[in-house]
Design a protein around this ligand. Structure first.
Ligand code: HEM
Length: 493
């Protein structure tokens, strides 16, 4: 591995350690939740019997745990990437971490002990009306969601605020200063593309967190008997605005790692340029608009909402796709770069992002959605852009960071594990896509015999994926102690 100079701005070892804690805790959560996913697929293939009561608890825990766990890891990676040029507070990062983890603890309790099983996107009034769980279990789940949301909002606020302070204003942090005549050393110029992306996604994050609170708090007030009734359509809109934003933001957060890793491994810098600024400022606006594509079946919605959502669903990917994916491929091409574990994962991630994105765009066409709605096509597209997109980018960053902080060379054999992650993941999501195309419904504990072959074929791919992840996890764990010491000094090799 090439020894790079100590990067500008690595100042607070405490902040880097907090970032590492986010990354490792998120990775561990991901591994555990992945095992729950394997159980569900074994059950759907008829290879194992899980009672429906437990299936839906597991499904709820897997869904919320995966979304929260993967996001936690991505938040850690983003903090580590931003901290290279912007001063972050270790105390603020740890505070957000504790609040977030408290929320995750409530969700574990609500699903395992309380039996809460309403799914990760819970539609009012179902939470409180569950016949197999108590009101307390529903309240515990919603309190959990609230703490996760608050921890996330606080984290995002801290990052956005610190970048704005360092760049003397939010507009400068968003890259608007690139249109002014300034010296490269002018503090108003973002130091890297990562800073612009981080500003955009954390501003979006603050908004998303507040929407989450606006969705959860009224339900809790209703459960406490302080509010007579809520508007179910408004609650559903808020639930999907929050859920859609959170899932989408994870990929946009993780896109920052593509910029950081590609620049570092190809030796071709990826500065904060005007086209990066234009693309990501457009993301700031466009990501907010497509959520009504989850509500095509709700005929009470004003007609303009689904129509506008379909149009924006086509537009939203274009700016970041063009700049990020072509930018990355252009830098990799003929760079002489070595195919290390992080770069294999980045390449897989680019593939998964595009494939999952295309699956999503197809699903957002109203006529197509009439057929694919609530089939396994939906988990197919989001598992693709998560597992083979956002998560792949995040594990690439985690692997790279831990290896650099520990100061050890990469084990060449581990590249096999990175490729196996791709093969296992691709086979697993392909079977979701084929099931969806065949009309197999999502969220069914018991699958009809004619649906079971899809899940049976998926199982060996999930096992392959698990082996690959176990291999990469061993690498990370064995380097963790020296990496922690290295993080304390605030330097990276
Ligand atoms: C590691 C491999 C994984 C396996 C084997 C797996 C498996 C599954 C299965 C079988 C379902 C139920 C599908 C249905 O019948 O509706 C499911 C749902 C889900 N998964 Fe995964 N999954 C994996 C990774 C992930 C990742 C990486 C994420 C997100 C970061 C994720 C998030 C979800 C969500 C949000 C649901 C929907 C839960 C609900 O409907 O309430 N999964 N997964």
């Amino acid at each position: 591995m090439s020894a790079a100079p100590v990067p500008e701005g690595v100042r607070d070892g405490g902040a880097l350690r907090a970032a590492l804690a986010y990354l490792v805790t998120g990775f561990a959560t991901f591994l555990l939740m992945g095992l729950l996913g394997l159980h569900m697929r074994l059950d759907q293939g008829g290879l194992m019997t899980v009672s429906p009561t437990w299936f839906y608890r597991i499904m709820t825990l897997h869904g919320s745990g995966m979304v929260a766990g993967t996001m936690l890891a991505t938040m850690g990676g983003l903090a580590a990437a931003v901290e290279r040029t912007v001063r972050l507070s270790a105390r603020a990062l740890w505070t957000a971490f504790l609040v977030y983890m408290l929320g995750m603890g409530f969700i574990v309790l609500a699903t395992t002990l309380g039996g809460f099983a309403a799914g990760w996107t819970v539609l009012y009034p179902l939470p409180a009306l569950g016949r197999v769980w108590t009101l307390w279990a529903a309240v515990a789940a919603f309190v959990g969601y609230l703490f996760v949301t608050l921890g996330f909002t606080f984290y995002c606020f801290h990052i956005a605020w610190q970048i704005a302070v360092e760049r003397h204003g939010l507009g400068n942090a968003l890259g608007w200063s690139l249109w002014r005549k300034t010296e490269p050393s002018d503090p108003r110029r973002p130091r890297s593309a990562v800073e612009i992306i981080a500003t955009v996604v954390t501003l979006q994050g603050v908004f998303t967190g507040l929407v989450g609170a606006a969705y959860v708090v009224p339900v809790l007030l209703k459960d406490a008997g302080l509010v007579a009734a809520l508007d179910p359509l408004l609650e559903k809109n808020l639930a999907y605005l929050f859920g859609h934003q959170l899932a989408n933001l994870n990929i946009y957060f993780a896109a920052a790692f593509v910029y950081a890793l590609v620049a570092e491994h190809t030796g071709r810098p990826w500065p904060a340029s005007r086209h990066v600024a234009v693309a990501w400022n457009l993301v700031l606006l466009l990501v907010l608009l497509p959520w009504p594509h989850h509500l095509y079946q709700d005929f009470a919605q004003p007609a303009f909402m689904p129509i506008a959502a379909e149009a924006v669903s086509f537009l939203v990917g274009i700016p970041s796709f063009l700049v990020t994916i072509f930018g990355a491929l252009g830098r990799i091409h003929r760079s002489g770069m070595r195919w290390s574990v992080p770069m294999i994962l980045v390449a897989l991630g680019l593939w998964g992002w595009v494939t999952g994105g295309l699956g999503a765009v197809l699903d957002s066409v109203i006529q197509v959605n009439q057929v694919t709605h609530n089939t396994l096509w939906v988990p197919a597209h989001f598992h693709t852009y998560y597992l083979l997109g956002a998560a792949a980018f995040t594990w690439a960053y985690l692997y790279d960071l831990v290896t650099r902080l520990a100061g050890v060379p990469e084990d060449r054999a581990s590249r096999v594990a990175a490729w196996l992650y791709g093969v296992g993941g691709a086979g697993f999501v392909l079977m979701f896509f084929l099931s969806g195309a065949a009309g197999v419904p999502r969220r069914y504990a018991a699958h009809l015999p004619q649906w079971q072959p899809f899940a049976r074929i998926a199982v060996p791919f999930v096992v392959l994926l698990s082996l690959a992840l176990a291999w990469l996890a061993v690498d990370v764990v064995t380097r963790l102690r020296p990496a922690w010491v290295g993080a304390g000094t605030g330097t990276r090799n």
